[in-house]
Write a protein that binds this ligand. Structure first.
Ligand code: NAD
Length: 434
């Protein structure tokens, strides 16, 4: 039986030492050193109301749920480039030279291990810092060895893995993904439908490490890996960090629906110039992202339940690679809505966002919640963490919840339940739609 309180070091294993992961590591360091507040992190800044409103009990989530201390995090990573965390962060061009210099010691410590990579899955990228082996099972075993030595060197008591590597091409679940037995045979036979991210996930779960997926790749969203998570009693979650345009979409759409306003069209386009943008410039990687981004509106607006309002909704998503912008993405939304007597209106959103600045606190929260789920022996898909994902994983018989406000209610109620507190439904004298 695992200890429910965090003791000792928590290993944070990250495939992909790029813009998101280095911004995350630098930010954790800045918070520990008192140079920055943990802005954007629900675990660090958020509170949770307990009991009746008259009791005035609203502790911080991190204290209530007994989350690991940031000082106890130790980072490990894999990448196809040899650059250490500091060099990678400089190339990512997210942080100012001053912030980079402050985080330099923490970032320099992270020297990536050789990656499991296959260019068939990320067409616009290649590097030389890669493992090679006769088959995918051996590659998985090499990753397991990496995890073992990371654990021994850093004396970690628990470890979690969060995928922050590039978006892989779009694939659909097929026969080799249907059972663990077929998947393992596929690893040995070098099945072309087994993506590198799946090999990391397999190695993580085999090593007792939860796996959370920050990209839109299929990865753990296949029966074989769900079966492995069940067998090993470990948490999995995904997919695709909810940042930028989709974040705004899942904030705005529930509001429009709550007032029963119609939506005829939603056109989203954006420009970005970082490496992620370069990878997404390949149509097969873009397709993975597009599918992940497009699901949200349908599930929030429920066109089948409200056909007069949403059945004709035209939803289009575009991503344009535009190098001058680097990580400073700009996203435009044009929303054609209609109201009383069918009169048309428009909403325009121009979001000058910073992708990695929005993603980094999500990585932190997911790391801490993956560890919490591990310590509480919550196995399988962690649907209560849908709040953080563009395309939340759910059990096959359920539909994903995309409404950010319902997602937050679910998350907090799960925490209350895990910690033995009464659930809050706001029934009685407050509006509740959860
Ligand atoms: N930034 C955001 O807001 C955001 C939101 C949602 C999802 N994501 C996803 O997070 C991921 C990371 O984004 P980023 O902006 O940091 O990208 P990035 O290109 O800066 O970093 C990704 C890193 O992964 C490495 N990599 C690629 N394949 C690998 C493999 N098989 N093993 C190990 N390393 C590998 C690349 O070399 C690169 O250094 C992307 O998949 C992106 O789609 C980002």
């Amino acid at each position: 039986m695992a200890s429910k309180t965090p003791q000792g070091k928590l290993g944070v294993l990250i495939p992909g030492l790029g813009a998101v992961s280095t911004t995350f590591i630098a930010g954790v360091d800045a918070i520990i050193n008192g140079q920055s507040a943990p802005i954007g992190s629900l675990t660090q800044m958020g509170t949770i109301r307990l009991g009746k409103r008259t009791e005035n009990r609203s502790p911080k989530i991190k204290d209530f749920a007994q989350l690991a201390n940031l000082e106890d995090l130790v980072f490990g990573a894999w990448d196809i480039f040899e650059d250490n965390g500091f060099q990678a962060a400089c190339k990512a061009r997210v942080l100012t030279p001053q912030d980079l210099e402050q985080a330099r010691p923490a970032l320099e410590k992270v020297k990536p291990m050789k990656a499991v990579f296959d260019q068939d899955f990320v067409k616009n990228l290649d590097g030389s810092h890669k493992k090679s082996a006769e088959n995918k099972m051996v590659l998985a075993e090499m990753l397991m060895d990496d995890i073992k030595s990371f654990r021994e060197t850093n004396k970690t008591t628990r470890n979690v893995m969060v995928w922050c590597a590039s978006t892989e091409i779009y694939i659909e679940a097929s026969d080799v993904h249907s059972t663990l037995e077929k998947f393992e045979a596929g690893l040995v036979n070098n099945d072309s439908q087994i993506a590198p991210s799946m090999i990391y996930a397999y190695a993580a779960l085999k090593s007792g490490v939860p796996f959370f997926n920050g990209a839109p790749n299929l990865t753990v969203d296949i029966p074989a890996i769900i079966e492995l998570a069940d067998q090993t009693g470990l948490p999995i979650a995904g997919k695709d960090f909810k940042t930028g345009q989709t974040l705004i979409k899942t904030i705005l759409a529930p509001g429009l629906k709550s007032r029963m306003l119609g939506v005829e069209g939603w056109f989203s386009t954006n420009i970005l110039g970082n490496r992620d943008g370069e990878v997404l410039d390949d149509p097969s990687s873009f397709k993975t992202k597009e599918v992940s981004k497009k699901g949200a509106l349908d599930f929030i607006l429920q066109p089948d339940t409200y056909p007069e309002l949403y059945k004709d909704l035209y939803h289009k998503v575009r991503i344009n690679y535009y190098p001058p912008r680097g990580d400073a993405k700009e996203g435009w939304d044009n929303i054609d809505i209609f109201g009383w007597m069918g009169y048309k209106m428009q909403i325009k959103v121009d979001f000058l966002c910073r992708d990695s600045i929005l993603a980094a606190p999500i990585v932190l929260d997911l790391v801490l919640f993956a560890d919490l789920a591990l310590r509480h022996e919550k196995k399988g898909i962690q649907e209560w963490l849908s709040f953080y994902f563009k395309s939340p994983m759910v059990a096959p018989e359920l539909y994903p919840e995309h409404d950010i406000f319902i997602q937050l209610t679910k998350l907090k109620n799960t925490l209350r339940w895990m910690m033995g507190e009464e659930l809050i439904t706001h029934l009685g004298n407050e509006y509740y739609d959860g």
